[in-house]
Design a protein around this ligand. Structure first.
Ligand code: ZN
Length: 285
């Protein structure tokens, strides 16, 4: 099979996985579905694999956790590893650790490598309440670097808690890309993916991607129709080797992302890099 694209940012919304996380996680899932004006139906990982297979695409499954802040359990990394094991032609997978768990988190990064996972993420500093450049967390980046595992961070505006009183405790300050610049500088062999267009700090994230060879951006979680003009312009030129196709499905549907990206004024050779070549190089597939 010839792969035409790699979606580097996809979430599992399998009924079994959602059940493992409990009622509060389910309530928040429904809330985000309403924010993105989409349905909240479950999709089994098997059907999700099929969705990508049918389109000659692969997907990188993200996991996530903010357990030490909210008490909500994460989908076990073993679940992600099992999905990848069952569908190696359709999936790559990332495991997650809770940064506040210290040595446990560090061990879990090593275990993710053993499970055959391809990176660590999605870290979400807004929900996990931490600055990535706080040196208390450096042992984690050191471990990921040593294991050769890329790390992916949510950056910029958060759909989580949007429009709720107090944004349900989600704090945007932690998602400013400039804090990742320190991590990129201090761990030059660590590949960092900054997820989303990082609004309202888009220019900041573009500058870091231009400056740090080990820093990439994914274009997920934001309807391409509303991409800031400077993002489209930079992706088309200076950052054509640094930008990655990502949908953030199910938050944003794969088909909507693809349709709207198609409508953007992106050069054909750049389009191919963003959709496939850059991710292929990054993950060595
Ligand atoms: Zn995401």
């Amino acid at each position: 099979m010839v792969i035409s694209a790699i979606d580097v940012h996809v979430h599992v919304h399998d009924a079994r996985a959602r059940k493992l996380r409990g009622p509060e996680a389910e309530r928040q899932f429904q809330e985000r579905a309403a924010y993105f004006k989409r349905d909240a139906k479950a999709l089994s990982v098997d059907d999700q694999a099929q969705q990508y297979r049918e389109r000659d695409m692969m997907a990188v499954l993200m996991n996530g956790t903010d357990e030490t802040i909210t008490g909500i359990p994460a989908i076990p990394n073993d679940f992600i590893a099992e999905a990848v094991g069952n569908h190696p032609d359709a999936f790559l997978g990332f495991g997650i650790v809770d940064p506040w768990q210290g040595a446990i988190a560090r061990r879990e990064i090593r275990r993710c490598k053993e499970l055959g996972l391809h990176g660590i993420g999605e870290f979400n500093p807004a929900r996990q309440h931490f600055f990535p450049n706080d040196t208390r967390f450096y042992p984690l980046w050191e471990e990921a670097e040593a294991q050769g595992l890329p790390v992916l961070f949510h950056s910029g505006y958060a759909a989580a808690g949007s429009g709720r009183p107090g944004g349900r405790g989600v704090k945007l300050k932690y998602t400013q890309p400039i804090y990742l610049d320190d991590v990129a500088a201090d761990f030059p062999d660590l590949t960092i993916i900054s997820a989303h267009p990082s609004w309202p700090w888009t220019a900041e994230s573009l500058a870091i991607a231009r400056h740090k060879a080990n820093f990439y951006i994914d274009l997920s979680g934001w309807a391409p129709r509303y991409f800031p003009a400077e993002l489209v312009q930079q992706v088309n030129t200076l950052l054509q080797d640094k930008a990655l196709f990502g949908s953030d499905a199910p938050s944003l549907s794969l088909d909507r992302w693809l349709r709207e990206f198609e409508e953007l004024d992106i050069k054909p050779d750049v389009r191919r890099k963003v959709m496939l070549d850059n991710a292929r190089k990054l993950f060595g597939v």
